[in-house]
Design a binder for this molecule. Structure first.
Ligand code: HEM
Length: 445
């Protein structure tokens, strides 16, 4: 159901469309002086980047800034209204075990506990401009804040721009928000209230000022790229007509559900198709259902366990699921794999994904996808194989080995045992990204 258009001047720019910049710094801070902070926020709120500004290329600022707050930040600011999201209120540190993390000893120290009050998201195509922006923010807020931690993300170089560190094109499939943009072929339309508080589709009671805000789930996800590549090299899918290298590429594509170009395996089951991958009219136009094939048993095209199927099961749900969707706005961090790391099949310098997702309900959004789907070997339910296994990319089993089935198209019941988590949690926090009008009032003085 289409609905009256959203107030895009009031919604922070990252939420619905992402920053669309090559560089993004996450600047995590704590608040020391509430009075000064609110005075300075009054000034910053005038320059916080809106959705309108990012939509229109001619209005795009050279450097964009967004801001979001943890529950401890709200509490520090004396904001006592409940946003009515227990997971947010308790913070991500308390949620580590539920998310499947093997404890929190691998967490970045700053994320251990509830000491982070907020995060500035600073984005630009130029790191120099971001650094100017950081200096300006620090000058503005002065001693009212302390920088607790900083993570610098950047698009990968050259033709890898837009690809995450394992090499796969990212940021292709997002839900289409009713009243915002018409869906591309294959996009699932959802009501804006699944992403934005207080909008159509958000059925929970919220304070009036929370309208047009969104919960930001941040995760620093380390990726073991040489180890992932070694696993593919050691386990090529044995298929007539494919070289070992092609068999390894096929295994990787089946783990993700897409080839490195972005082409979905559901439409390109044996070989990558870069023209398909680059075509927004076609690269998301699939449901996993095919005439004459049995949706409950056929994994010849896409495994039930593939990352994009575990996190967005499309026709596996009837009617289609509209309740468990997120908008992803992450960016890779860390350097490219060095020749030494590649040769030794061993990560020595950390790299990964600065994962960001937006949703109006954390337990239905990020947390649901991670905990109830990716980490649940029985999901997708109702298949001829009752245990499709873990999501091979992000599924977590508290550090224990994970089994994944469906990866071999010739023997879908063959369980692969993954003894390494190629994606490892370094922790994170849950934030709330308020509307511009809330920033100017509730968060300012
Ligand atoms: C899609 C990689 C973490 C949820 C994708 C795609 C890739 C990818 C390559 C396909 C491109 C696209 O459709 O945009 C990764 C990597 C991760 C990671 C390398 C960790 C380092 C996560 C997490 C979640 C998640 C933590 C949620 C819990 C999704 C969703 C989609 C997706 C919902 C879109 C599925 C669809 O609509 O078809 N991811 N991802 N991802 N990922 Fe991830």
């Amino acid at each position: 159901a289409a609905q009256a258009s959203l107030n895009l001047n009031n919604i922070q720019g990252d939420i619905l469309i992402g920053m669309k910049k090559k560089q993004e710094v996450f600047f995590f801070f704590s608040i020391n002086n509430v009075k000064t902070f609110k005075q300075r926020m009054k000034v910053l709120s005038l320059t916080v980047t809106t959705t309108t500004q990012l939509l229109d290329v001619s209005k795009q600022p050279d450097a964009a800034v967004n801001v979001a707050f943890s529950q401890s930040g709200l509490t520090k600011l004396g904001i006592t209204d409940s946003l009515n999201d227990t997971i947010y209120t308790n913070g991500q540190f308390a949620d580590a075990a539920n998310l499947g993390d093997p404890g929190t000893t691998n967490w970045v120290n700053a994320f251990r506990g509830t000491g982070i009050h907020g995060v500035f998201l600073l984005a630009s195509d130029s790191i120099a401009l971001i650094n100017v922006e950081i200096i300006a923010v620090k000058a503005l807020f002065g001693n009212s804040i302390t920088e607790v931690y900083r993570l610098a993300g950047q698009a990968r170089p050259g033709n890898q721009a837009g690809h995450e560190h394992f090499g796969f094109l990212d940021g292709i499939s997002q839900p289409a928000i009713n009243g915002f943009a018409p869906p591309l072929p294959g996009q699932t339309p959802i009501d804006p209230g699944h992403i934005l508080l207080g909008e159509t589709g958000d059925s929970l009671t919220r304070p009036a000022w929370a309208k047009d805000g969104s919960f930001l789930a941040f995760r620093q996800l380390k990726q073991l790229v040489p180890e992932f590549n070694q696993f593919l090299a050691n386990n090529p899918i044995n298929q007539s007509g494919l070289t070992a290298k092609q068999g390894s590429d096929l295994l990787g594509a089946r783990m993700v559900g897409r080839w490195k170009s972005g082409a979905p395996v559901d439409l390109a089951p044996l070989f990558d198709d870069p023209v398909l991958g680059a075509d927004p009219q076609r690269n998301n136009n699939f449901t996993f259902a095919h005439p004459g094939s049995d949706l409950t048993s056929d994994q010849s095209r896409c495994p039930f366990s593939a990352h994009i199927r575990k996190t967005a099961p499309r026709a596996d749900f009837n009617p289609v699921n509209v309740n468990n969707h997120i908008i992803r706005a992450g960016i890779p961090y860390g350097p490219e794999v060095s020749p030494k790391e590649a040769a030794s099949n061993t990560t020595t310098t950390e790299r990964g994904l600065a994962f960001v997702s937006y949703q109006s309900n954390i337990s239905q959004g990020f947390r649901f996808l991670q905990m109830s789907w990716a980490n649940n070997p029985r999901f997708i339910f109702g298949k001829s194989d009752p245990t499709p296994g873990f999501d091979p990319i992000i599924g977590a089993n508290a550090g224990q080995s994970r089994f994944v089935s469906g990866l071999d198209p010739n023997d879908p019941n063959h369980d692969f045992t993954l003894t390494t988590d190629f994606v490892q949690s370094r922790g994170g926090e849950y934030f709330f990204s308020p509307s511009i009008s809330a920033l100017k009032t509730v968060f300012s003085s």
